[in-house]
Design a protein. Structure first.
Length: 43
């Protein structure tokens, strides 16, 4: 990613892991749900 943020785009990750950008998005959504569930347990 050339915007200086240090992050990777869905397409960058998809290319690196040889999966579709949509699959990367699905994994991201699932991970966010898991993190919210764990954090809610500590609230």
């Amino acid at each position: 990613n050339d915007d200086g943020s240090g992050g990777m785009t869905l397409h960058d990750l998809a290319a690196e892991y040889s999966v579709s950008a949509e699959r990367i998005r699905q994994i991201e959504v699932a991970a966010m749900k898991k993190m919210k569930k764990v954090l809610a347990a500590y609230a």
